[in-house]
Design a protein around this ligand. Structure first.
Ligand code: NAP
Length: 248
């Protein structure tokens, strides 16, 4: 038996990094962060890090057994639905506790002009012909939008897309955080008439919503996928308390 419980943090978010840093400084626990390995130069958390997929539920369950993991913290992005489902299935199979760190979604306020859509396909269909769109759904999810040859896109992402994109889509490489003044300037310069985004939540990428409100730009907001139920926390501080309660 290991001398202290091992916590696996499924990461890929700023919150997961912050949590890992706090846990790495806590002598009561051994901590391993897991990254999918999609980003060539990811910001790495403190403590041990493993990279790459586990190989589905079976691979994850084998990893959890081999590493004698005592608790899994699902701190993946709100749109990383498959990893969350796999984690829930593997933990349930092994009788291991699973907790989730998930930032709250953005909510429309006074002055916002949002239309909620279920997924990227519905968003792509809902864009009016001739629109100039700022698209912030990430590199992996732009395909349904590129079919809209009657729309001009400025697609912002951290790393270039895997395949070349057609001429009606300009790729803008940038890493958050973004500022309201920067987002406003970008939307003005590119004559953006619509913002399409996923409801990721969080402060680092919220400035575009304030910029859109200020400029009167409508927003197509892609709703979050459902994740399996798990005891949850919205902040790192709440999660540290939840971990102590779960392992205490
Ligand atoms: P996904 O669709 O839920 O997962 C697809 C597969 O990628 C999983 O089945 C798993 O492969 C592997 N994977 C995902 N997260 C992993 C992790 N933390 N550690 C090890 N393997 C992981 O996930 P995604 O939406 O592609 O996101 C991939 C990563 O990027 C996640 O870590 C997520 O937190 C981060 N991220 C996602 C978004 C987004 O909008 N989706 C935005 C920002 C950051 P196996 O089945 O082989 O285990």
């Amino acid at each position: 038996m290991p001398d202290r419980p091992t916590i696996l943090v499924l990461g890929g978010t700023g919150e997961a990094r912050a949590l890992a840093s706090d846990l790495a400084g806590d002598a009561r626990y051994r901590i391993v962060s897991s990254l999918a390995g999609r980003t060539a130069a990811p910001l790495l958390p403190d403590g041990a890090v493993r990279r790459g997929g586990f190989g589905g539920v079976e691979g994850l369950a084998a990893y959890l057994c081999d590493e004698e993991v005592a608790l899994v913290v699902d701190a993946t992005h709100p749109f990383a639905a498959r990893m969350s489902e796999n984690a829930a299935a593997a933990c349930s199979e092994l009788g291991l506790p699973l907790v989730r760190l998930e930032r709250p979604p953005w909510r429309a306020g006074p002055g916002d002009d949002w239309r909620m859509v279920a997924d990227a396909r519905e968003a792509a269909r809902a864009i009016p012909a001739g629109a100039r769109v700022l698209l912030t759904v990430g590199g992996g999810e732009i395909a349904p939008f590129l079919e809209r040859g009657d729309v001009a896109f400025v697609a912002r992402m951290i790393e270039p897309p895997a395949s070349p994109v057609p001429a009606h889509c300009e790729i803008l490489l940038a890493r958050p955080p973004f500022t309201i003044s920067g987002e406003t300037a970008l939307m003005r310069e590119r004559a953006i008439g619509m913002l399409v985004t996923k409801n990721s939540g969080g402060a680092a990428t919220a400035a575009k919503l304030e910029a859109a409100r200020g400029l009167g730009v409508p927003v197509l907001m892609i709703a979050r996928p459902q994740k399996p139920p798990a005891p949850s926390a919205e902040t790192v501080a709440e999660m540290l308390a939840l971990i102590d309660r779960t392992l205490g």
